[in-house]
Ligand binder design. Structure first.
Ligand code: SAH
Length: 366
């Protein structure tokens, strides 16, 4: 059965569910092997860095799972100054990181929009437009997306979190700020504005089914998505969903091992089906296993997001518990990730932007 599915050119929902459920060691090994074959053929064995700058944890939203949600009073709030962000971006450039990712809590007030626009434009300028920039600053108006795009942002990552609207509702307060339809519409707007568009989901959420996840993968395909950033759901104690997950005894070692396995299977399935997209081995994988990100690369991912946020801010930017690297510096993370990439026989694409090949194909096809 497994070989029959792996030989197919396109996968349907049932095929995907079959692959996501694989847990036998030899089967999983075969699945990853196939994913690596496709990775080699379509994107090569280079891994591209997106130095992650988590520049502000102020957030207007109250997502039930997220550690920096508005109602979490336990987190000291910060915004990194423009000068410091520029310095961090310069470090990335000087160290031949081809790209950075700017990430923050979600705000859409004029002050924030303008601040981001200036930061993006100045990073663009100081790096002679050579540094790729992925933005991850949530739902915004078309006008804001345009301003940030024109300032020099070229990619945008906005996770849909889950494509099941009922599950989405369980994860968010019922308010216009947390509308599934609006988040969905933002993905289309980003495409119209010209960004390389990335999305993704959390994997292993309470009440999420294999069918939900298979539909997520088919959604990425149908939406012609260029980049995927997805990872396991990881509990954060000071959140409603985190507390509920623990209370319902759904965060045992077995649960976490299961979330990790399904996340890796998701990466492999996305690589096998979508082929030429960029897929990140996200930090959350490492929150569940010390070698989580290496495993992500072995399962078909080709993007790493080394945290370059200043050490003093890392503790206050915890979306989930057990976030790795919070006591490290950018220099630590650089050396450590180089070793991780080498350990799985991949190379770092130093000094290259590493844009999504799918994006260029999409442009060609009009
Ligand atoms: N506010 C921005 C980006 C910051 S959050 C936005 O809305 O896009 C980035 C991602 O972290 C979210 O999209 C979510 O998928 C992930 N995240 C948040 N809490 C998490 C948790 N408890 N476990 C795993 N991932 C989480």
């Amino acid at each position: 059965m497994l070989e029959k599915i792996l030989a197919k050119d396109n996968l349907d929902q049932q095929d995907i569910i079959y692959l996501l459920k694989l847990e036998d060691k030899a089967d999983v090994k075969r699945l990853y092997e196939k994913a690596r074959e496709v990775k080699q053929a379509y994107v090569g064995n280079k891994v591209y860095y997106r130095g992650l700058i988590e520049f502000s944890n102020y957030c207007s939203k109250d997502c039930y799972y997220c550690g920096i949600r508005k109602s979490n009073q336990e987190v000291p709030r910060f915004t990194v100054s423009e000068a410091e962000i520029l310095e961090t971006a310069k470090w990335a450039y000087d160290n031949a990181y081809g790209s950075i990712t700017l990430q923050s809590g979600e705000r859409s007030d004029p002050l924030f929009v303008e601040f981001c626009e200036s930061v993006i434009a100045n990073i663009h300028k100081q790096s002679n437009q050579e540094l790729g920039m992925t933005l991850c600053m949530g739902e915004q108006s078309k006008e804001t997306y345009k301003r940030w795009f024109n300032a020099g942002g070229s990619r945008y990552l906005l996770r849909i979190e889950t494509t099941n609207p009922e599950l989405y509702e369980k994860l968010h307060p019922k308010s216009s700020l947390h509308s599934f339809e609006q988040r969905l519409a933002c993905l289309d707007t980003l495409r119209e504005v010209g960004f390389q568009v990335g999305t993704g989901v959390m994997i292993g959420l309470p009440d999420q089914t294999y069918e939900d996840l298979a539909k997520d993968v088919l959604f990425f395909q149908a939406k012609n998505i260029d980049m995927i950033g997805m990872g396991p759901y990881v509990v954060h104690n000071d959140t409603p969903l985190g507390a509920q997950t623990i209370e319902q005894n759904l965060n045992t070692m077995q649960d976490r091992a299961w979330r990790l396995r399904v996340s890796l299977n998701m990466i492999a399935v996305c690589r096998i089906l979508l082929k030429d997209v960029n897929i990140a081995a996200t930090t959350a994988l490492q929150a569940l296993h010390p070698l989580g990100r290496e495993k992500g690369l072995e399962a078909g991912a080709n993007i790493l997001m080394p945290i370059i946020t200043g050490q003093e801010h890392r503790k206050a930017y915890q979306l989930y518990n057990n976030k790795p690297c919070i006591n490290d510096t950018a220099e630590h993370c650089k050396n450590c990730l180089f070793d991780r990439v080498k350990s799985v026989d991949n190379q770092v694409g130093y000094g290259e932007k590493g844009d999504s090949p799918h994006y260029y194909k999409r442009l060609q096809e009009g």
